[in-house]
Design a protein around this ligand. Structure first.
Ligand code: UGA
Length: 437
């Protein structure tokens, strides 16, 4: 079993560290955030992810995972295989901000006292690996092999995805290092894609860009369904049955959010542009996603006279269910737009992180949010909303009230049976949003 270090205990690093410890490796997780490290030592996860805290407790008890800060000295913290899993936020120009990746790589390269393999787990744009090798690793006092090993975990399903991934991608110019990284995942029964560094980096971005394209495509078809009177549920089902297309990522709605798709599509567009290539399809994918978020606001402006005198309930803040993550969630754009329209906005989410949206009030229950409102906008397809008692809701909302189902996750007949107007994205019978493209 290998001696592994994982640098960065954010979403990617923590899952990686805990899962590697679970399959038997000795893992040291390192983070500059002392409070987080203290929390992890007590078995508390800083993020909400189903099953993570249980696995954390199990691996801590087994003694195979420990937590440290860089103050303990890199020379002592570096194992034979070192994963870099620090954040790559979006810079103002849309590029991936590689500041943290560069500083941590420089620090470990300078202070290492034994050869090791550096595995890039952070999402870094194509070309980053070779630049790091050239500019930083080549001058290190010890041999450092470089491997790109992108992650494909979905928030909310990260543990399941780690153990049952569709593929493990390993890019390296050093076959032994690639082999050693592949061996770490011996317990995972998945095909390996062994390739060069730039191709591995590109697989990560191309995967997220393709999935984003699928979502924007089905959203365009849903908008078309809205204007011609077709049913997006039937259309998605019908096209998804073609095995060349596949049924996943064909759920229409108010678009993708989260910490990955929006950031990675913009970063890939930036990388293409900076290398002299005009990636027009990707630009359209991003544009469609930005427009899609406006749908609930456009619909409410049209459906409700005197919108500025009304109170609206926004149901869901998280960018998708089973996560508390609100990064790039459509809600973060939609709520301020409603406030700007002059509405009073009440928001409810079962678990989403606290987020300051001026002019909006956070409610503790869905009923508190629905009390006295003219409209409910479903942003996140939490199970709680899909099974909501719409008769009870209608009794609390002012009449006539509307429901905008931004995720096509409600049963329209139940909402309408309660006397509420139902609006959705590309569903027939639902009040048209009136968009024409
Ligand atoms: C995504 C990818 O699915 C992972 O493979 C990848 O590893 C990860 O990004 C990453 O790069 O780290 P995640 O952001 O957790 O994972 O979320 P997804 O489940 O993929 O959903 C992304 C967004 O697309 C959500 O806002 C979701 O509501 C939206 N979506 C998804 C749709 O609007 N329609 C769909 O049919 C599917």
């Amino acid at each position: 079993m290998a001696d592994v270090t994982v640098i960065g205990t954010g979403y990617v690093g923590l899952i990686q560290g805990v899962c590697l410890a679970d399959v038997g490796h000795d893992v040291t997780c390192v983070d500059i955030d002392e409070a987080k490290i203290e929390m992890l030592r007590t078995g508390t996860s800083p993020i909400f992810e189903p099953g993570l805290e249980e696995l954390l407790a199990k691996t801590i008890a087994s003694g195979r995972i420990t937590f440290a800060t860089p103050d303990d000295g890199w020379a002592d913290l570096l194992g034979d295989i070192v994963f870099v899993a620090v954040g790559t936020p979006q810079a103002d120009n849309g590029a991936a901000d590689l500041r943290f990746v560069r500083s941590v790589t420089s620090a470990i390269a300078a202070e290492a006292t034994h050869p090791f393999t550096l595995v890039m787990k952070s999402t870094v744009p194509p070309g980053t690996g070779h630049a790091l090798i050239r500019r930083t690793l080549a001058d290190a006092p010890v041999d450092i092999a470089y491997v790109s090993n992108p992650e494909f975990l979905r928030e909310g399903k990260a543990l399941e995805d780690w153990y049952r991934t569709d593929r493990i991608v390993i890019g390296s110019d050093t076959p032994d290092a690639a082999e050693a990284v592949s061996a770490l995942y011996e317990a995972v029964d998945a095909p390996r894609v062994i390739t060069d560094i730039a191709s591995a980096e590109t697989i990560k971005y191309a995967s997220n860009a393709f999935l984003s394209t699928k979502i924007s495509f089905i959203n365009e078809i849903a908008n078309l369904c809205d204007v011609i009177g077709a049913d997006i549920d039937a259309v998605s089902h019908g096209i998804g049955m073609d095995t060349r297309i596949g049924p996943d990522f064909l759920r229409a709605g108010i678009g993708y959010g989260g910490s990955c798709f929006p950031k990675d599509t913009r970063a890939l567009d930036f990388i293409a542009t900076i290398n002299g290539y005009e990636f027009s399809l990707l630009k359209s994918v991003i544009e469609v996603n930005n427009r899609q978020r406006l749908l609930p606001v456009i619909a409410l402006v049209r459906a409700l006279p005197h919108l500025h005198e009304r109170t609206i309930a926004v149901l869901g803040l998280a960018f998708k269910p089973d996560t508390d993550d609100v990064r790039e969630s459509p809600a973060v754009d939609i709520v301020p737009l409603l406030v700007e329209e002059g509405c009073s906005v009440k928001v409810y989410d079962p678990i989403a992180a606290e987020v300051e949206i001026p002019g909006a009030t956070r409610c503790a229950t869905v009923w508190e949010a629905l009390d006295g409102v003219s409209a409910a906008v479903v942003i996140t397809e939490w199970g709680e909303f899909a099974t909501l008692d719409w008769e009870r809701a209608a009794g609390m909302m002012t009449s006539p009230a509307v429901v905008f189902d931004g995720r096509n996750c409600l049963d329209p007949s139940k909402v309408e049976a309660a006397g509420l107007s139902y609006m959705a994205v590309g569903r027939p019978g639902a009040h048209r949003t009136g968009r024409s493209g």
